[in-house]
Write a protein that binds this ligand. Structure first.
Ligand code: SF4
Ligand code: SF4
Length: 586
């Protein structure tokens, strides 16, 4: 039966159809739908949103060394967090099967970097598949599971965002397989608890496995020469190159390399022997290209023929293919930079008044380290000064305070991110007497990536108790809609922290507005006291307020406004007010 499925869904389905019954992940664009879909395939699967990628991969690894078939998914920068077990499990290998789906973000559209997960695979010496479209992702995931089991080695699949989020009609469905998976842990300390001496042996075994994999996988590879020019590559950008060559009738031979690492020596040798010029198309780093040692014939990123940043667009690749053939005058070269609209926090979002209060209390003496989540948008409200990686707001706060003792340092972190990597950083700040204020923005969900659950969702864990367990004595919670109360509490926290040489924590607790679909009963309007000072729509930046140029005043868009009333606290002229009751509470 034909199904119209997203790349991420097809990865999950393929893993299930190949025998995977357990999956672990931490949410992140563009990989989140893999675990979501996997969890719904059947009652017999186990799917866990772990608190970070390191934990997800370690849990997956533990099951896989017990003989189970397991999937672990994450976004590219998540692999940085999981890098430690990733490298180590490469040596020990697995017993059942372990597929790591690391989704990349050329562009980048929602990441801090454009790093290429395939480089990690190469560095850890693990095979990596790079699908060109959702259908390819399905078949390559199945191959990844098989390869992992056959060679007892973790295998990576690396889809880029366009593959993860595209949909394709494909004739696949849930398969019941009769695979007999033995799942019991067999003790073997020389392998699973290897000392450095045994690690060297494991490394040698891994090297041999890689050689076998590259030779066997590319055993059937054949040169089919019709031109002196060849394009080789993998991933979504290669799919576009294939389309351009077909549509424009270009005289180029194409070689799709499903497994960009490891490539076989024989494949590289025969391509170099047969072709005058070889263009490598891949995103975002030269993983394939680096394996072609000769530089005189090979074109790509290493000789600056292909840009070293940004997503490769259709138009850009078209211009490069023409240039490669010496026909550059026939087509214009395109700029790879795409312009996008400025993102803002939603109307009624509790983060907005929290940030506004933080900025107000610290005035010109504040430094504001921020973190990863939709609340990074606090940068628009001038209440986020740094954003490095998950959990870094707290460590950066400690370091910034040490280097700038005369400043007030207020860090912000979301609830999910706090559990992800914020907790060790807070313990470090307490142990080192850091005079910082940490604002935990608790909206009870992992909002930016699609509302995945947070650890404290079922009240088994409380942020307050965790904070106190980290050694923090000052930990108070407030609803950020109480703007004046927030100002008072932040001032109290600053004073406590400075006086006692220790972190103080304020938890701003308000459920995500898009999740609860809140609409306040009292309607909020802008009155004729408005002086059009622009504070509510430019500084406070509520998307429901805009400038009415004809009236020379601010105006509220009733469709967007949720009547939260917070803007009333920020207007210096008392020009925003409730008017009457409205009926509709959604
Ligand atoms: S903050 Fe008040 S005075 Fe200023 S533009 Fe908004 S409503 Fe008008
Ligand atoms: S009440 Fe004010 S702050 Fe709240 S959504 Fe409406 S315009 Fe925005």
């Amino acid at each position: 039966m034909k199904n119209f499925l997203m790349g991420n869904e097809l990865i999950a389905l393929a893993a299930y159809n190949a025998g995977v019954r357990s999956a672990y992940a931490y949410p992140g664009t563009p990989s989140s739908e893999i675990l979501e879909y996997f969890s719904k395939i059947s009652d017999e699967v186990y799917a866990q949103w772990s608190i970070n990628e390191k934990i997800a991969l370690e849990l997956a690894g533990a099951e896989a060394i017990s003989g189970k078939y397991v999937l672990c998914s994450m976004k590219q920068v998540g692999l940085n967090v999981a890098a430690d077990p990733f490298f180590s499990i490469a040596y020990t290998g697995v017993k059942g099967a372990l597929v790591i789906a690391s989704a990349d973000d050329p562009g980048p559209y929602s990441s801090q970097t454009e790093q290429d997960s395939r480089m990690y695979a190469m560095s850890a010496k693990l095979p990596v598949f790079d699908p060109i479209n959702p259908e390819d992702a399905y078949f390559l995931t199945k191959k990844a599971v098989d390869l992992s089991h056959k060679y007892e080695i973790p295998v990576m699949i690396r889809p880029v965002m366009r593959v993860c989020h595209s949909r394709q009609s494909i004739d696949v469905d849930i398969e019941k397989n009769n695979l007999i998976i033995s799942n019991s842990f067999e003790k073997d300390t020389a392998r699973w608890a290897a000392t450095p001496k045994f690690r060297k042996q494991l490394h040698s075994i891994l090297n041999q496995k890689l050689k076998d994999i590259s030779n066997k996988y590319y055993k059937e590879f054949k040169i089919n020469k019709k031109s002196d020019f060849a394009v080789v590559g993998s991933g979504y950008s290669f799919a576009m190159a294939m389309d351009i060559v077909a549509e424009d009738g270009l005289n180029i031979d194409l070689y799709k390399l499903d497994l960009p690492f490891p490539l076989s020596d024989e494949l590289i040798k025969s391509l170099l022997e047969e072709y005058e010029k070889i263009l490598v198309i891949e995103e975002t780093q030269p993983v394939i290209e680096m394996q072609f040692a000769r530089r005189d014939k090979v074109f790509g990123r290493l000789n600056d023929f292909i840009t070293n940043m940004g997503e490769l667009t259709y138009q850009y690749l078209q211009s490069k293919l023409y240039q490669f053939l010496g026909k550059q005058n026939e087509i214009e070269e395109f700029d790879v930079n795409v312009k996008s609209a400025k993102p803002r926090l939603c109307p009624g979002c509790g983060h907005r008044p929290a940030f506004y209060a933080i900025k107000k209390v610290a005035k010109n003496r504040g430094i504001f380290p921020g973190d990863i989540g939709c609340y990074t948008l606090g940068v628009n409200l001038e209440a986020v000064d740094t954003c490095i990686c998950m959990g870094a707001s707290v460590t950066f706060a400690e370091g910034l305070k040490r280097a700038n003792n005369d400043k007030v340092v207020i860090a912000t972190i979301g609830d999910s991110t706090f559990f992800h990597t914020g907790v060790p950083a807070l313990i470090n700040a307490v142990a080192n007497d850091s005079k910082i204020v940490l604002a935990i923005l608790d909206n009870e969900t992992t909002a930016m990536t699609g509302f995945q659950p947070v650890p404290h969702k079922h009240k088994k864990i409380s942020i307050e108790r965790v904070v106190k367990g980290c050694g923090v004595d000052f930990c108070k919670t407030i609803d950020p809609y109480d703007f004046d109360g927030s100002i008072r509490l932040l001032n109290e926290a600053i004073e406590y922290s400075e006086k006692n040489s220790t972190p103080a924590v304020v938890i701003f607790k308000h459920p995500c507005i898009t999740k609860i679909k809140y609409k306040g009963k009292k309607k909020v309007v802008i009155t004729d006291k408005c002086k059009n000072c622009k504070i509510c729509y430019e500084k406070f930046e509520c998307p429901a307020i805009f400038e009415d140029k004809l009236a020379n005043a601010a105006k509220i868009d009733e469709l967007l406004c949720v009547n939260c009333g917070v803007c009333m606290s920020v207007c210096p002229f008392d020009a925003i007010a409730y008017v009457d009751e409205v009926d509709d509470e959604v």
